[in-house]
Write a protein that binds this ligand. Structure first.
Ligand SMILES: [Zn+2]
Length: 201
């Protein structure tokens, strides 16, 4: 039986749903918040509500955005004919941090992962196909920027087979990425080199 007041226990329970946060850490965080000014707490809560109310998926690239299409997709200086496919929005952030990619993205949301029951139907492959089947803008290159691990490999092979029939250059970055590594943890120089050294598959 918890000895915490229900209001505090309630927030502790919410924190424990986050990755890497156990009950002890959750309690620490909540007691830390309790020392903040009430206005700060309202702002914190408001930021969470704002996420729920205002963040949506971009109808083109499927990344999280406040506006649809997102800033990258609606930027006339980005090359709309080159689509870089990533599994996760954090991978997109890592690639943007290189300042070395002028194309646009497609966020699958996940890698294919049979062990976790994530099949091709569970990730945004359908949306990618719809994009490249549209004549305007005409997609010229698809870059697979997927993690250098089993799941990334499975996803890349699946997409390579699926996309073969389209008259599009299909490339993959990976050279220079340490095997077993997550894209989001690769540093900018490594990612930049991997992007420039991409190979046709
Ligand atoms: Zn977008």
């Amino acid at each position: 039986m918890s000895t915490l007041p229900p209001s505090i226990q309630n927030l502790v329970d919410h924190f424990t749903t986050l990755p890497g946060i156990g009950p002890k850490t959750a309690e620490k965080l909540v007691f830390f918040l309790l020392r903040r000014a009430p206005k700060d707490l309202h702002d914190f809560g408001g930021a969470l509500s704002h996420l729920a109310d205002n963040v949506q998926l971009c109808s083109r690239c499927q990344n999280f955005t406040d506006q649809d299409p997102c800033e990258i997709c609606s930027n006339p200086r980005r090359d709309q004919t080159t689509i870089c496919v990533v599994a996760d929005p954090l991978d997109l952030l890592a690639l943007e941090a290189t300042h070395n990619f002028r194309g646009v993205y497609h966020v699958l949301g996940h890698n294919i992962n049979p062990l976790e029951g994530i099949t091709p139907n569970d990730i945004r492959i359908r949306e990618l196909i719809q994009r490249i089947e549209k004549p305007d803008p005409n997609t010229r290159e698809i870059i697979l920027a997927l993690d250098a691990n089993n799941e990334g490999e499975t996803t890349a092979l699946y997409l390579a087979r699926l996309l073969k029939k389209y008259p599009i250059a299909l490339t993959r970055i990976g050279k220079g990425l340490p095997m077993g590594s997550d894209m989001e943890y690769a540093d900018s120089v490594t990612l930049s080199n991997a992007l420039e050294g991409r190979r046709e598959i």
